[in-house]
Design a protein around this ligand. Structure first.
Ligand code: ADP
Ligand code: ZN
Length: 611
């Protein structure tokens, strides 16, 4: 450690910000939160991913006397978090099950001697009496409860161990607590406050907007080709995450990408722990890796330069979707959140809910989550406006989502809706039969398939009445009727049935507005590219310098066994390449170059620049 007592040298928050972290100014909300916690107040912080939550407890921990205890469920990432702090010259450690006894003893005695600024713990450790006694013997500056939404059952990442955290203030009433989360609808927010006994705390709710992420939701036609298109045209060589619902599709998609020349790795709970850890570590440590994963991957991953998050299956809730897409672009540079979604997704998710364990309330809750997600997919308005509204925030059309860039038209789909619903009705009334979307569409299109002939469905009055629309367009109609609750799916085969609301359409009392799907996916992509390329592109002459700096960073990171972003972020390297500083003092003005890193790497950077 270069300057082991940097925390005790600087006592004022904005000094710490500049000297330790190398940042000029606080981001929205940070200063207020930090001042409040430094003064000993409790806080509940809701801030989007990439908003800068870590500083909100790290700076108070550096300023206040004693050790800041950080509770985080992510033991696999503690090493990286500690490395990041160490690189800044702060004194950090962790205690978890991956350590041997010697290491643990060393950290424990550093804690007791007051030689740490921050100590990371997994929540389950606080159930162990010996840990509690250890904490009793040291001086604690604050408790930071990271990923605080894990305490909420309404949310999507519930961890029972988090419930125990409600008792922290009973044992240590004088120690301030700061709970932080990037995901909270008003319902989750209230639940976190209640369960962590933080109703009296000050609540800080930042804007949830992530303006640098471009949200796009495309109809799923040929998902693999669409994904490959996205990677090739907009994100060649970029790091990204592709989410799939099942382990099998994770494997399949990873293989497909590799076959097509993309460096892609799978990640899911069915892989053995070593492979999982190795793949995660490569994703963090190498540039430009694509990880294909189930949603088990990503919480707490603070890799700043994830350039895209792609969903190939419909997320179960808007909260989950926002959390997952939020892993893109923590560094503030333009990034893409892309989702492909189709009829099959709706059918499958409804089925999952129907067959899920738990009581009626639970199923209703899941259903509510899904409906909100579908409404987001089918909206003709700005995606961001809708997302933010979900988190209780008002906003205006963003200009950086697919519906803003290529406004979808809506059309009067009342007649096709009636055709489809009456086909469902007739099959039931006249034949006592139910079928899935594919067969119904065949009937409407007047296709004499073997199944149509077998069931004598070409004699139905609705046979062949829908030839004005293509099969694709019909699938869109079915999907949107499902999303609007005008149609429902049932049973294992995804058969379509009417809902109470269907009657109004059949009786011609209700108009059905649908969203048209031209070939908009491509056009949106082009517009997006034009837009996102502009602000990050380096001046022509700075490009080779940036590449040299990146090569230096790779080598340095490798030598030290840390991820490249622990050395410097892309953003910092870009700024250096553009500014081309000629002295250490000038280099020190760059965002992300604090005192410790300047002392450690400054000369090497200047040498690299003058090569
Ligand atoms: P969160 O935990 O909210 O997802 P982080 O704490 O990881 O976000 O911060 C996101 C990124 O923004 C990090 O790379 C961090 O170093 C950077 N950052 C945070 N605060 C500032 C600031 N005041 N100025 C510049 N960069 C900042
Ligand atoms: Zn928009």
């Amino acid at each position: 450690m270069a300057s082991p007592d940097i925390g005790s040298e600087v006592s004022d928050a904005s000094q710490v910000l500049q000297r330790v972290f190398g940042y000029d100014s606080f981001r929205e909300g940070q200063q207020e939160i930090i001042d409040h916690v430094v003064a000993g107040g409790d806080a509940l912080v809701l801030m989007p991913t990439g908003g800068g939550k870590s500083l909100c407890y790290q700076i108070p921990a550096l300023v206040r006397k004693g050790v800041g205890i950080v509770i985080s469920p992510l033991i696999a990432l503690m090493q990286d978090q500690v490395d990041t702090l160490t690189a800044l010259g702060a004194r950090a450690g962790f205690l978890n099950s991956t350590q041997d006894l010697d290491e643990r003893r060393r950290v424990e005695s550093a804690f007791l001697a007051g030689e740490l600024d921050l100590l990371y713990l997994a929540p389950e450790r606080l159930r162990v009496e010996s840990t509690l006694r250890l904490l009793d013997r040291g001086t604690i500056s604050l408790f930071a409860i990271d990923e605080a939404h894990c305490v909420a059952q309404w949310g999507h990442d519930f961890r029972p161990d988090y419930l125990e955290l409600s008792t922290l203030h009973e044992r240590w009433p004088a120690v301030p607590r700061i709970a932080l989360t990037a995901t909270a609808t008003p319902a989750t927010h209230a639940e976190i406050a209640a369960r962590l006994n933080l109703e009296e705390a000050r609540h800080f709710v930042a804007s949830f907007d992530r303006p640098n992420i471009q949200y796009r939701i495309a109809p799923k036609n040929e998902p693999k080709r669409q994904l490959l298109d996205l990677l090739r045209t907009e994100h060649p060589g970029d790091a990204g995450i592709v989410y799939c619902l099942s382990r099998a599709s994770v494997e399949k998609i990873a293989e497909f990408l590799v076959d097509n020349g993309v460096v892609a790795l799978p990640y899911h709970a069915g892989l053995d722990a070593r492979t999982r850890a190795a793949n995660q570590s490569r994703f963090l440590r190498e540039d430009g890796i694509v990880i294909v994963a189930t949603i088990a991957f990503g919480m707490g991953i603070d890799k700043p330069d994830v350039r895209f998050v792609a969903h190939l299956d419909l997320p179960k809730s808007v909260e989950g979707y926002y959390q997952e897409t939020g892993r893109a672009g923590r560094d503030g540079l333009p990034s893409t959140g892309w989702l492909a979604y189709g009829l099959q997704d709706v059918v499958q998710q409804r089925k999952l809910i129907e067959t899920s364990d738990g009581d009626e309330t639970h199923r209703r809750r899941l259903s509510g989550h899904l409906d909100a997600m579908l409404a987001l997919c089918e909206t003709v308005d700005c995606r961001r406006v809708q997302l933010l509204a979900y988190f209780g925030q008002e906003s205006v059309a963003c200009g950086n989502c697919d519906t803003c860039l290529t406004p979808p038209e809506s059309w009067d789909g009342t007649v096709p809706a009636q055709m489809l619903l009456s086909a469902v009705l007739r099959l039931l009334r006249e034949r006592r039969q139910k079928f899935g979307a594919g067969h119904l569409i065949d009937i409407l299109l007047g296709k004499k398939t073997p199944k149509v002939i077998q069931h004598d469905h070409d004699s139905l009055s609705v046979f062949g009445i829908g030839t004005d629309l293509s099969a694709d367009a019909w699938r869109g109609v079915v999907r949107q009727l499902l999303a609007q609750g005008l149609l429902a799916v049932e049973g294992d085969y995804g058969t379509l049935v009417l809902t109470e609301a269907s009657a109004g359409v059949l009786r011609k009392e209700r108009q059905v507005l649908l969203r048209r799907e031209p070939e908009r996916a491509r056009r949106a992509a082009k517009a997006a590219k034009a837009r996102s390329a502009a602000p990050v592109d380096l001046p022509e002459e700075a490009m080779p310098v940036f590449e040299r700096l990146r090569a230096w960073r790779s080598a340095t990171a490798k030598e030290q066994g840390v991820p490249p972003y622990v050395v410097f972020h892309d953003k910092t390297l870009r700024e250096i390449a553009t500014l081309s500083p000629s002295s250490l003092a000038e280099l020190g003005t760059v965002t992300g170059v604090g005192e410790n890193k300047l002392a450690k790497y400054g000369q090497q950077i200047l040498d690299t620049l003058s090569e």
